[in-house]
Design a protein around this ligand. Structure first.
Ligand code: COA
Length: 381
């Protein structure tokens, strides 16, 4: 049914419009369920590594032991970035945010990526894997350079998540720390036709290349309505400061018709299943740690008050900020951590779009004037 006074099929923001078929991700917003390639997100978060999840998303099936070993090894071998890209990062680091730096560096990789230079067939998937492998290196290099520290080269012997923490913090993480970020990566890896993924598919639909598509994805994810919420959540937790302050803070926010960050979702009308897993992670990870459950308890209280007051639930970004803080990951990297994880979903969708492509080209509903009398430049007022 068209909105009142508007043409049939018009939907602002494309809300509820189905734009293509896809076999990658199923979101059941009414029942709070999420599946990658048919597998429940809870099972993947419990049993898989991020590499295993990438394989599932890109190749459409869970890998065998041998396939996973080879794939993990291949990704680990592709982590280094060319010197000229490091130079670009060095030259721009103090003028850019982490997301801007990542966007620039990914774009710069096109053409100079040794890991895919000689690949003749499966070209797109090779670039996709290379980019998935390189995202954490670029983010970690940005952080080290921006904070005046030496960059730390990737370590092949470490898994994807552990190596990222190692390159950022300069020490090999514990198994527990590496697992926490691994689970976070799995939960952020894919989410259907969200804005950045859809933008990736639009880019591919013109038969543009994978570097352009991933650059597009980063640019779209960067916006505060999409990838920036985790950062904002932690800002609010700090502002609140104690469990006692939660009630008055939330009431004040609601009275002003402002938003509690990390709460609510366009698709989920109940608890976001990713937030459920992350809540457990944040709790487990905060016990006896740096914050001694301080941020977790404030978050838990916010969640209770928001459910009571507005029937709204935490989304994926709500508890992840607490996990990042415990891992020593600086707040300014939060959106790039999301981008690292989502790179797998972007590549999977790019491949699917290439496979059955049709140019994505919607129509606009023109509301401006027509047939205006042309005025020569010298006569315009
Ligand atoms: N805090 C307070 N109120 C909220 C809210 C929040 N986080 N999210 C939604 N609401 C309220 C709205 O004020 C509105 O209330 P009203 O009906 O009394 O006017 C109602 O819930 C519907 O909200 P709306 O913004 O129309 O829903 P949406 O589906 O368009 O928005 C989000 C979804 C995610 C954009 C929204 O919930 C939000 O801004 N959340 C905070 C930012 C965030 O965490 N983003 C990350 C998403 S993964």
């Amino acid at each position: 049914m068209a909105e009142q006074g508007l043409p049939e099929g018009f939907k602002k923001g494309l809300e509820d419009i189905i734009a293509a078929e896809s076999k990658i991700c199923k979101i059941d917003g009414q029942n709070g369920k999420l599946y990658y390639r048919g597998y429940r997100i809870e099972d993947l978060a419990e049993h898989c590594t991020y590499e295993e999840t990438c394989y599932l998303l890109l190749y459409g099936k869970l890998p065998t032991k041998k396939e996973l070993k080879e794939y993990t090894k291949m990704l680990a071998s592709m982590r280094n970035v060319p010197k000229y890209v490091v130079k670009i990062l060095k030259e721009t680091v103090h003028k850019t945010t982490a997301m801007e730096a990542l966007r620039t560096a990914v774009s710069a990789l096109a053409g100079g990526d040794e890991d895919v230079k000689d690949v003749k067939t499966d070209y797109h998937i090779a670039i996709g894997n290379s980019l998935i492998a390189k995202f954490p290196t670029l983010v970690a290099y940005y952080h080290r350079l921006n904070s005046g520290q030496k960059i730390i080269k990737p370590k092949k012997s470490l898994g994807y998540a552990a190596n990222f923490l190692y390159m950022v913090n300069g020490k090999i993480p514990s198994k527990e720390e590496a697992r926490a970020i691994d689970v976070d990566f799995i939960l952020h890896a894919e989410h259907g036709f969200n804005a950045s993924t859809f933008a990736v598919r639009i880019t591919i639909s013109t038969l543009s290349d994978m570097y352009s598509a991933m650059t597009t994805g980063i640019g779209v994810l960067k916006g505060p309505l999409h990838g920036g919420a985790a950062e904002a959540v932690f800002g609010q937790l700090k502002q609140i400061g104690s469990v006692e302050n939660v009630e008055p803070f939330v009431k004040n926010v609601l009275a002003k018709h402002d938003k509690m960050m990390g709460i609510g979702h366009r698709v989920y009308k109940t608890y976001d299943p990713r937030a459920r897993v992350l809540e457990k992670e944040a709790r487990k990870f905060s016990e006896g740690k740096k914050s001694d459950m301080k941020w977790y308890r404030i978050a838990e209280k916010i969640s209770q008050v928001m459910q009571r007051e507005k029937n709204l639930y935490p989304n994926v970004d709500f508890f992840s900020a607490i996990v990042y803080d415990e891992l020593g990951l600086p707040l300014e990297l939060d959106s790039t951590i999301f981008a690292i994880a989502r790179s797998a979903g972007w590549v999977a969708h790019a491949l699917e779009q290439y496979e059955d492509n049709r140019l994505i080209r919607p129509l606009e509903y023109y509301t401006g004037p027509i047939d205006l009398k042309f005025v020569p430049i010298g006569e315009r007022k």
